[in-house]
Write a protein that binds this ligand. Structure first.
Ligand code: CP
Length: 309
């Protein structure tokens, strides 16, 4: 197979990509990052390709980033939001998508609250599918832009120490990050309250640290995750105040360390809970770099999938 092709027709999860796919996405994103920093940011690569963005769950960054990536590549774009659609009248996912595909759509970007919804579509329709986040399962484009941003700061991630802090149990970002970073040879730990660490975490080949100070002292990068209150049916910790006290990343904590950790967050941020504003907005934080890189990474993925059509 040529080195300019992904091994897969869809991007359903990092689990299904190999290391060479990830490197290819990064190399392609390098080119697109240069493009989006030019005065003329648009290229004709996806002219005559039609992409449907199907969002069955709320999104700010991912939705806007995909739409911008598609427009920068000159694709034709249609947007679908479940909250204002006939899904509200009982239409099924497959009926919705088949109706959209009848309009000659080539690629589908889908965010859905049910884990496996993108894989279900990939089994039933001919279009290329990109998972933009499926329930608590995977968020592959977020993990790729996270690893790409880390690589920009640290170079090759082999042997680099990354800690993912927060609500690991409900986080698709955590799982995709773990898969991606392990494939790139990084050392990965997770940190959070025991109730928010999945029981099977050992099977992923990573370590758990329950002390946020020790976790931050150990790592080169800390990727801080949001507490996903909307996915929590039970009470996993006594209060947000207590969570912030024991697991929140704040200025005093960072200043008391001997190391200068790079701080990341996929957003949206709960300011004052998992991270304080004086950390999120500091020079140590690369949160907005992550957002910028998201456009280049998504351009790369769409471009590479179009090459496989
Ligand atoms: N990081 C992320 O997925 O953000 P959105 O939910 O706003 O897309």
């Amino acid at each position: 197979m040529a080195k300019t092709q992904l091994s897969t027709k869809h991007v359903l999860g990092i689990k299904y990509l190999n290391k060479r796919d990830i490197q290819l996405i990064f190399d392609t994103a390098d080119n697109f990052k240069e493009v989006i920093n030019r005065p003329i940011k648009k290229v004709p690569s996806l002219r005559d390709v039609t992409i449907a963005n199907l969002f069955f769950e709320n999104s700010t960054r991912t939705k806007l980033s995909f739409e911008l990536a598609e427009k920068r590549l000159s694709a034709d774009v249609i947007n679908f939001s479940a909250s204002s659609s006939s899904v509200k009248k009982g239409e099924t996912l497959l009926d919705t998508v088949n109706n959209i595909l009848s309009m000659k759509v080539d690629m589908v970007v889908i965010r859905h609250p049910s884990p496996g919804a993108p894989a279900f579509l990939a089994n039933h329709i001919d279009a290329n599918i990109v998972n933009a986040g499926d329930g608590t399962h995977e968020h592959p484009t977020q993990a790729l832009l996270d690893a790409y941003s880390m690589r920009e700061e640290l170079g090759d991630l082999k042997g680099k120490k990354i800690v993912i802090c927060g609500d690991i149990l409900h986080s698709r970002v955590a799982l995709s990050n773990i898969f991606c970073l392990k494939k790139l040879g990084a050392k990965v730990k997770v940190c959070g309250p025991p109730t928010l660490i999945p029981k099977h975490i050992d099977s992923l080949g990573i370590d758990v640290e329950y002390d946020i100070r020790k976790a931050l002292e150990w790592c080169d990068v800390a990727n801080i995750l949001r507490i996903q209150l909307e996915r929590q049916e039970l009470k996993y910790f006594p209060s947000l105040r207590e969570y912030a006290k024991f697991f929140g990343v704040n200025r005093n904590l960072l200043d008391s360390l001997d190391t200068e950790t790079i701080i990341m967050h996929p957003g949206p941020i709960n300011r004052g809970v998992e991270i304080t504003s004086d950390v999120a907005d500091s020079d140590q934080s690369i949160i907005l770099q992550q957002v910028e890189n998201g456009v280049a990474i998504r351009m790369a993925i769409l471009y590479l999938l179009a090459n496989r059509r």
